[in-house]
Design a binder for this molecule. Structure first.
Ligand code: FAD
Length: 337
């Protein structure tokens, strides 16, 4: 929210600053649908301009929040001068915290950093939370993260967290002023609003949706404030998921995650990576599209219909994974609002 104050002294002075709010406060106060966006830090070595290029046009739709993803370090093999290889750890997309600060400064919107357990000790996480608190970041999305690229299953950092619920627990403790070192007495408390991930078609590791919802409920019962979902292309999954959440006593707001498809490749890649169904009609329409432009139009039209249906069903917020094709999201928003 932007607040402008004019003070009349000898000359008029104009201050414009932003007051930042929690996601839950935005949702509670919203009088019309809220737009939320998600961006990816640029690859190391590239400038932040790609983020601005994505966001500049989308600001026309006054998004309330912009999520910034987090990418864990990866083990890669680098060739030494003698021809042998060494394994080195590289973070290919650093900069999440800095990008959040830049977005809040430039656009005066809420930036929501994603925090992951993978690769981090509890102390590193605590230090990151302290940085975010000092920057005025009020919202975080607490995630476990996926397995490292050289591992088959998720392996927690030896001094870190195994599940997102443990990370939620740490943030809750910090919100009470409890730091890892017990000799910090009367520690300043943070006040983070905590989002967690939910999976309308279940998380790929979960044996079934009910078990996944059981663990989702634990995150909410611990104190997480809202849920952002994995992408889905069939709204029925979202409605069923929302209903099942209610039945299980999960009453936190649920933000639907939406992404446009825009090429043939995604028809097999997206279900494999994100465990999401591609409806047959979408699959057929995409396969019949013969040019890149035609593929984008199929994705745009599908996303537009999904959004229209969600809004007609009184879903108060739409979260767009803008990754890759922000202009498709732009076209959808232009048609919707
Ligand atoms: P958890 O909630 O820990 O769940 C992981 C699995 O373990 C599930 O199958 C769950 O059912 C099970 N489980 C949970 N708790 C327990 C328990 N106590 N005991 C036994 N089983 C349990 N990844 C990134 O690396 N960076 C990002 O920026 C990022 N952003 C995302 C944003 C959204 C909106 C979503 C939906 C996902 C995002 N991801 C991101 C992917 C996410 O990290 C992966 O899906 C990851 O595999 C699971 O994360 P989680 O927070 O859902 O984990």
């Amino acid at each position: 929210m932007n607040v402008t104050i004019c003070i009349k002294l000898n000359q008029p002075i104009l201050f414009t600053f932003a007051t930042y709010m929690k996601v839950t406060e935005y949702l509670a106060q919203a009088k019309k649908p809220i737009i939320s966006l998600e961006v990816l830090p640029p690859p190391k070595g590239k400038s932040i301009e790609s983020i601005y290029k994505t966001l500049d046009p989308l600001m026309e739709f006054k998004p309330s929040f912009v999520n910034v993803t987090y990418h864990r370090a990866e083990q890669v093999y680098k060739k030494r001068k003698d021809g042998t290889f060494e394994s080195v750890e590289i973070r290919k997309r650093p900069g999440t915290v800095g990008i959040c600060a830049a977005i809040m400064g430039k656009y005066k919107v809420e930036a929501i950093p994603h925090l992951i357990c993978g690769g981090f000790s509890k102390e590193e996480t605590e230090n990151a939370l302290i940085d975010l608190n000092f920057l005025g970041v009020q919202n975080v999305l607490a995630l476990r993260g996926d397995a490292a690229s050289n591992e088959k299953f998720f392996v927690p950092h030896p001094k870190g967290h195994k599940y997102a619920e443990d990370l939620v627990g740490q943030i809750i403790e910090l919100n009470k002023g409890k730091y890892i070192e017990d000799d910090i007495i009367n520690g300043t408390n943070t006040d983070f609003c905590i989002g967690v991930a939910g999976y309308p078609e279940k998380h790929f590791e979960a044996p079934n949706l009910d078990v996944d919802l059981y663990y989702l409920k634990r995150k909410i019962d611990l104190g997480a404030d809202y849920i952002t979902t994995q992408m889905f292309f069939n709204n029925k999954h979202f409605y069923d998921f929302s209903e099942k959440c209610k039945q299980q006593g999960i009453n936190a707001p649920i933000i639907p995650g939406l992404k446009p498809l825009y090429n043939h490749n995604q028809l097999s890649v997206v279900p494999r990576i994100f465990n999401t169904e591609i409806p047959t009609d979408l699959f057929k329409e995409m396969q019949n599209a013969k040019t890149p432009e035609a593929c984008e139009k199929v994705g745009e039209d599908w996303l537009y219909e999904q959004c229209k249906d969600l809004l007609n069903n009184n879903v108060p917020v739409l979260h767009f994974y803008t990754l890759g094709k922000p202009h498709v999201v732009y076209n959808v928003l232009k048609r919707l609002f």
